[in-house]
Design a protein around this ligand. Sequence first.
Ligand code: SF4
Length: 196
Amino acid sequence: MAQASPSLTFEDLRERVLACELCPLSETRTNVVFGEGNPDADVLFIGEGPGEVEDSTGRPFVGPAGKKLDEVLHSVGIRREDVFIGNVVKCRPPGNRVPTKQEMEACVPFLEAQIAFINPSLVVTLGNTSTQWLMPEVPTITKSHGTFYTWQGGIQLLPMFHPSYLLRNPSKAKGSPKYLTWLDIQKVREWMDRQT
Ligand code: SF4
């Protein structure tokens, strides 16, 4: 993982990201979505990339999937300002397609720098893209969600379903993605409670 340069502040990093033109997504974006929350948070949530509303506002997870994420967080009393929320790529892939390998390779050093600054103890990956990018050896999200893995430097990594997947699967029945996410976020809550 990249180390944050001692001379670079988090604000410097934000400015660099906001000005970035390293990959073709810079040509179609409206706004760069750096991420937001508490830069000293113990818990970092990482999604795939900005969607339409995020692109138009420059804020992460504020569209329909973001509202769903808020519901999930609020169900266990986690506030956005308690955590940091970001994405693997900072600019919207057109049509919300999955970012290409080249786009992710170009952007991930920024995510690595964010991780180095925030220094979280727990990373919650939302969906397959961020999970598989950070830890390719874990099974796909249907099998890996809700499992704690030990990632680089001893950081815990917990995959969860992406909130947009929950929007496409609205059932709350036992065993449904929503039901399982409700169980998974309780694990995050319990983990946070153990830190205090
Ligand atoms: Fe730069 Fe990342 Fe945006 Fe590509 S997606 S232009 S690498 S900030």
